[in-house]
Design a protein around this ligand. Structure first.
Ligand code: ATP
Ligand code: MG
Length: 443
């Protein structure tokens, strides 16, 4: 921090234009925060004293009224859009989520005071001057996430701030200031009233943060308000030599170990939810969880449905949860079978899941990492060989079988049967030999 912060040229142009017209204009929110941290900001928001009508008029055809009722105008410049929002003061929050109305104000300070955390309530102008009435910069420097104003009031106004807080802590690695932390925990039941789509987005952001493991370990009761399935995992001892953590600690660690793709992070969160229900103790005193992935799939499906996941993500995540514990024998036949069942993309994701799962187990069993890498090498080899593992690649097509006199649904079945032979290595992917087999065996 301290060095000059670079504001992108299109944003500078918008700020300059507003100032020239006699209005205050500031960069606010995540952009100011991330810029001061030396991070790439995702989107630049501008706050101004100008009323929305004035902004519309000033920018003419480049101004789009994208959220006039909240005072937001999107200004198109140099190929991007900059959101320009009039300084606001929020009305009362009657539903623990939205102000019943917003009022425009000429006061930057008032606009900053409605923002959630001090590090999000810093404004920066064209000349790099800061307006920081709540000590956001000191908190940025110290790595502290602190609510603006009285924490409990702020979370009661808008329960989503609870999850925003955990997301920022997970992404930035900040400590949540004790009073903010206490209020966040006390107000957690309010999350029951937040729209599932918003919970999904904030949880995904949390899971993909660099410090997700820490947040999962520290706040299971908060997340448990809308993900009650995780609660039985907390402190559940596995009593198995492969595991040195309880189910929740293992889960949290595995989330932190996997690449920060939403699908992979959600898979790790869900992969062992079935364990508490499936626990048995063997004669040798070792704990087992036979078939736990099936229960994890059930519970995971319920969660993904509740949070309105799209079908594609849901399918991938549940496939990965279902398969996370399957063996990977080091043979080409198995590679082709897995390719056939899952496709390359999902199969590669599965290898990442297995890596992360293993990294979150007892250190004595890390040799699995090598086995997974060998399996990956074999996968690359099979793909480079252009082996056949799908109907698209099969040397025989439906028309060939119809010509032999096979018809109706029998065609599809016969093609699958031929593919079985090829994938298992019992027949080469050779048109002549496949047709001969079809004539002799399938007809
Ligand atoms: P990101 O980098 O994820 O976009 P952000 O801080 O920019 O983080 P946004 O959702 O883009 O988050 O919101 C922009 C700014 O608006 C925030 O920095 C904060 O000042 C304010 N803000 C957004 N949502 C809320 C909220 N629910 N309560 C209070 N202030 C909010
Ligand atoms: Mg933002």
């Amino acid at each position: 921090m301290g060095q000059a912060v670079r504001i992108p040229e299109p944003v500078r142009a918008v700020l300059a234009r507003l100032e020239e017209a006699g209005y205050e204009a500031w960069c606010v929110g995540g952009a100011a925060r991330d810029a001061l941290l030396g991070r790439e900001a995702s989107d630049w928001d501008v706050a101004t004293g100008a009323r929305p009508e004035a902004v519309m008029e000033l920018f003419g055809p480049d101004a789009l009224p994208t959220g006039l009722q909240h005072g937001t105008v999107t200004v198109r410049t140099a190929g991007t859009g900059v959101e320009v929002t009039t300084f606001r003061r929020d009305g009362d929050y009657l539903d623990n989520r939205h102000p019943d109305h917003v009022e425009f104000t000429g006061s930057l300070r008032e606009d900053l005071s409605r923002r959630d955390f001090t590090v999000n309530a810093i404004a920066m102008n064209l000349r790099g001057e800061l307006a920081d009435p709540f000590g956001g910069r000191a908190d940025l420097a110290a790595g502290i996430l602190r609510a603006v104003g009285r924490p409990e009031d702020r979370f009661r106004e808008d329960g989503l701030r609870i999850m925003r807080g955990l997301r920022f802590a997970s992404r930035l690695g900040f400590a949540i200031e004790p009073e903010t932390d206490g209020a966040l925990r006390r107000c957690a039941p309010l999350l029951e009233r937040i729209a599932p789509e918003r919970l999904r987005e904030e949880t995904t952001g949390l899971l993909c943060g660099r410090y997700a493991e820490r947040i999962l370990l520290e706040y299971p009761e908060v997340l448990g308000v809308f993900l009650p399935e995780i609660l039985p995992c907390v402190g559940f001892q596995q009593r198995n030599k492969h595991h040195c953590f309880d189910v929740w600690a293992h889960t949290a660690r595995s989330v932190g170990e996997v690449k920060p793709l939403p699908v992979l992070r959600w898979t790790m969160l869900l992969h062992d939810l079935g364990k508490p229900d499936c626990f048995t103790l063997g004669d040798n005193g070792q704990g087992h969880f036979y078939g736990h992935w099936r229960v994890s799939v059930e519970k995971g499906a319920a969660i993904l449905d509740r949070l309105r996941f799209d079908n594609r993500s849901k399918k991938t995540i549940l496939t990965l949860v279902d398969r996370h514990d399957t063996e990977l024998p080091l043979e080409e036949k198995t590679v082709r079978r897995r390719l056939r069942q899952l496709g390359e993309e999902t199969l590669r994701l599965l290898l990442e899941v297995k890596r992360a799962d293993n990294l979150a187990q007892a250190p004595a069993y890390r040799d699995r990492q090598r086995i997974i890498s060998q399996w990956e090498d074999l996968l690359n080899l099979v793909l480079a060989e252009e082996s056949c593992f799908s109907l698209r690649q099969l040397a025989v097509k439906g028309g060939d079988l119809t010509a032999l006199g096979i018809s109706g649904p029998r065609v599809g079945e016969a093609l699958e049967a031929l593919l079985d032979q090829v994938v298992d290595g019992d027949l080469p992917n050779d048109r002549g030999m496949l047709l001969e087999y079809a004539r002799e065996v399938l007809l």
